[in-house]
Design a binder for this molecule. Structure first.
Ligand code: A2P
Length: 283
């Protein structure tokens, strides 16, 4: 498994198993256990996914040592602000049944971002979180908040796939050595993407499926990726991308698929308010 060194000196496996929208009390436990069994060592959950406890149980039951698995969770908007965030970090640790998280992210860049970030910085100093980062920050949002942060985030987890390659954001993050983590790295199963002829031709050439070509392209292009699947064969296959290499020319051709547009626009007016009212994770 390829690992990536972050700007705080920690390392993270380049492929993580994402558990967004997998229900708690069984399905997330099974999927995470399966993922760990076939070799994933990085699990990406969030308070708002409501499945941290299944992730924690699966890690415990996997037989792996805690330090062998990289666990990310995220602070939900409802718990932004300094005091709320401090409590929410402890709640995530409790649900996970762990005494530290490898990484904790601000899930969405709205409301009291500065207070929430301060709580993450303090939790890092206290050893509750090893690495801190942000999510869903466009160039505009990044430029608004980051100059006010004391600590530079290690990652920005954003939507990213061959149709939406985040080139503008990468121009800002690359010189700072802030890594992009890609959510929806397969375009959320977008059939137009999975059936794109450039991708299917490469799949044929390398004896891989289209998903594996997409994921290989992304990792080779320096991204940390979080493919999601509940299908055991695909869970395993999505990790099987390290026995071939795309040529420089193929990488350039794939870079040409970028349309600059994704499914979610964090800059759109009212997004923060909408998310906050749509997802309540506690009273
Ligand atoms: P399934 O759970 O049946 O495997 P993303 O990670 O971009 O959100 O994409 C997840 C979607 O892509 C899910 O619908 C998942 O379905 C599907 N998927 C996961 N891996 C692959 C793959 N290798 N090829 C095609 N589809 C995939």
């Amino acid at each position: 498994m390829k690992t990536v060194r972050l700007n705080d000196g920690n390392t993270i496996p380049a492929v993580g198993f994402g558990v967004f929208m997998i229900p708690n009390n069984g399905p997330t436990y099974q999927a995470t256990l399966e993922a760990l069994k076939v070799g994933y060592r990085h699990i990406d959950t969030a308070a708002a996914y409501m499945n941290e406890s299944d992730v924690g149980k699966a890690v415990k039951d996997s037989g792996l040592k805690r330090e062998e698995v990289f666990i990310t969770s995220k602070l939900w908007l409802q718990d932004f602000g300094y005091e709320n965030a401090k409590k929410a970090i402890d709640t995530s640790l409790k649900f996970l049944g762990m005494d530290y998280m490898d990484m904790y992210l601000l899930h969405q860049p709205y409301s009291d971002v500065l207070g929430a970030w301060k709580a993450l910085e303090e939790a890092k100093k206290a050893g509750k979180i090893k690495t801190i980062g942000v999510s869903n920050m466009t160039p505009k949002i990044w430029n608004k908040f980051i100059p006010q942060f004391d600590t530079l985030p290690a990652v920005n987890q954003v939507e990213c796939n061959p149709f939406f390659q985040q080139r503008e954001l990468r121009k800002i993050l690359d010189p700072l050595n802030v890594k992009i983590e890609a959510w929806y790295p397969l375009g959320h199963g977008n059939t137009e993407l999975l059936n794109n002829p450039t991708i299917t031709q490469l799949a044929q050439k390398y004896g891989k499926n289209a998903g594996q070509i997409i994921l290989r392209f992304e990792v080779q292009d320096g991204l940390i990726i979080l493919p999601k699947s509940t299908n055991p064969q695909r869970i395993k296959g999505n990790l099987d991308i390290f026995d071939f290499e795309l040529t420089g020319e193929e990488m350039q051709t794939l870079r040409g698929l970028d349309t600059g547009k994704g499914s979610h626009d964090p800059d759109a007016p009212g997004v923060g308010e909408h998310l906050l009212s749509a997802y309540k994770i506690h009273d």
